[in-house]
Unconditional design. Structure first.
Length: 137
C-alpha cells in the first residue's frame, strides 16, 4: 500500500510513523503544486494561441483601401465662396490650456501652428471615456 493510499484510511494513518507521514505530506504537496503548475502553463499557452489567432483574423479582415477615381466634371455655375472662420478664439483657448499646464503666463507662449491629429484610441477606450463622462453628469 502506497503512502497516499494510507492517508485515505484513519486507522492506517494513525499507525504510520512520523517519517512516513512527512513523506506522504511531501508527496501530496508536490502533486498539488505540479498539477497547478501544469494547469497554469496550459492556460498561458492557450492564451498565447488565442492571441495569435485573433491577430491573424484581424489582419485578414482589414479593409483594403481602394483609390477612388474622381471624374472631371465641368460645372458652368459659379462656385459659392467659402468663408474662412476666425480661429482667434480657438487659439486663445489652446494658448490658455498650454499656459495652465506649463504654469506660466499666456504672454510667454506663442502659438505658431495648430494641427488636428487623428484619435488612435480603440473603440472600447472611447466607449469607456463616454460612459465615464456621462456618469458624472
Amino acid at each position: 500500500m502506497s503512502a497516499l493510499e494510507q492517508f485515505k484510511h484513519a486507522d492506517s494513518f494513525a499507525q504510520m510513523s512520523l517519517g512516513d507521514k512527512l513523506a506522504a505530506t511531501g508527496q501530496v504537496i508536490l502533486l498539488g503544486m505540479g498539477i497547478t503548475f501544469i494547469a497554469l502553463i496550459l492556460i498561458w499557452g492557450l492564451t498565447a494561441l488565442m492571441s495569435k489567432a485573433i491577430q491573424g483574423i484581424e489582419k485578414s479582415s482589414e479593409v483594403k483601401k481602394v483609390k477612388a477615381t474622381v471624374p472631371n466634371v465641368v460645372n458652368s455655375e459659379p462656385v459659392a465662396k467659402v468663408e474662412v472662420a476666425d480661429d482667434s478664439e480657438l487659439i486663445a483657448v489652446i494658448s490658455a490650456a498650454v499656459a495652465a499646464s506649463l504654469n506660466t503666463s499666456v504672454n510667454n507662449i506663442i502659438v505658431t501652428n495648430i494641427k488636428r491629429i487623428s484619435d488612435t484610441t480603440p473603440s472600447w477606450g472611447q466607449a469607456g471615456r463616454t460612459d465615464l463622462m456621462n456618469s458624472r453628469v
